[in-house]
Write a protein that binds this ligand. Structure first.
Ligand code: SAM
Length: 269
């Protein structure tokens, strides 16, 4: 990414806090589905996880809780989001860093067994993909796996036509062929690719690329995927955020929270 574009992207995501905190409080079903998919597919013996584009750090925190033996690192281009993540979620096996993963100088000095990208791959400019794939190639361990959740081109097209305000500064189409190309670049195999219907039919996909696909018994962790309960998430926001600015105090969010919490018809846990 050129410097000018990087500054624009960073400034945009520095202002993304309220959106991500609201997603956390209300349990955005897109993120819930992606975290569960990743918890179910990351191998139980995994010793290190890198969460790229971790935002405010919710997914990173859930991975660190679910895989307590692993060291977990989140990276994000936004310094505001990285510092919010540090404030909200502290665990001994968890750290956060600000970094632009498209930059030539991006390096972390060690390989990871699992690399996760939740709603991030579409925000990497197509022209930066070769450099980004080079970073992933170096950052993934010999037996590593990459887990990706992204909107489908169907959803991107719908956004462009009906809700362009929902688009972010870089918002590319990501296809099955793109995932196959990434697998080739990493000398791995695309071992999962399935469409998910979160709000509309086939609006997202979940993918896994493995360097050395493993044929093994499904462990109990497959059934045990779980996120922090909603009430605990609410309490955490009051503990670590300035409560006057807490998005839950906005009438529309409070109404949605109470309705879905007490009527038990919530799309979230
Ligand atoms: C749509 S948000 C997703 C955040 C979080 N993973 C989630 O699903 O809620 C995209 C995230 O990717 C980050 N991001 C975008 N471009 C990036 C880049 N070049 N390097 C690192 N992070 C980037 C943004 O700052 C933002 O937090």
């Amino acid at each position: 990414m050129q410097q000018e574009q990087r500054e624009r992207v960073e400034a945009f995501y520095d202002g993304f806090q309220e959106k991500l905190i609201t997603d956390y409080l209300l349990g955005n079903p897109r993120i819930v589905a992606a975290i569960r998919f990743m918890q179910e597919h990351i191998r139980p013996a995994c010793s290190s996880i890198l969460d790229i584009g971790c935002g405010m750090g919710w997914s990173t925190y859930e991975f660190a809780r679910f895989f307590p033996e692993a060291t977990v690192q989140g990276v994000d281009i936004s310094s505001e989001l990285a510092s919010l993540a540090r404030r909200m979620f502290a665990l001994s096996n968890l750290s956060y860093q600000k970094a632009d993963v498209t930059s030539e100088s991006f390096a972390l000095g060690r390989p990871f067994d699992a690399i996760t990208l939740i709603d991030v791959y579409e925000h990497i400019p197509v022209s930066d993909r070769p450099a980004f794939h080079g970073h992933l190639q170096r950052l993934l361990s010999d037996q590593g796996q990459i887990l990706i959740a992204s909107p489908t081109p169907l959803h991107q097209q719908w956004l462009r036509e009906h809700a362009p305000e929902g688009l972010q500064p870089v918002d590319e189409d990501v296809t099955l062929e793109d995932m196959q190309a990434l697998a080739r670049a990493l000398e791995g195999q695309l071992t999962v690719f399935h469409y998910r219907s979160i709000w509309n039919t086939n609006d997202y996909f979940h993918a896994q690329i493995e360097r050395q696909p493993q044929y093994q018994k499904i462990g109990h962790h497959r059934q045990a995927a779980r996120l922090t309960p909603r009430l605990q998430r609410l309490l955490r926001t009051f503990r670590y955020l300035n409560w006057r600015n807490n998005p839950i105090l906005k009438p529309e969010h409070l109404k949605y929270f109470l309705k879905t919490f007490f009527l038990n018809n919530s799309p979230a846990p």
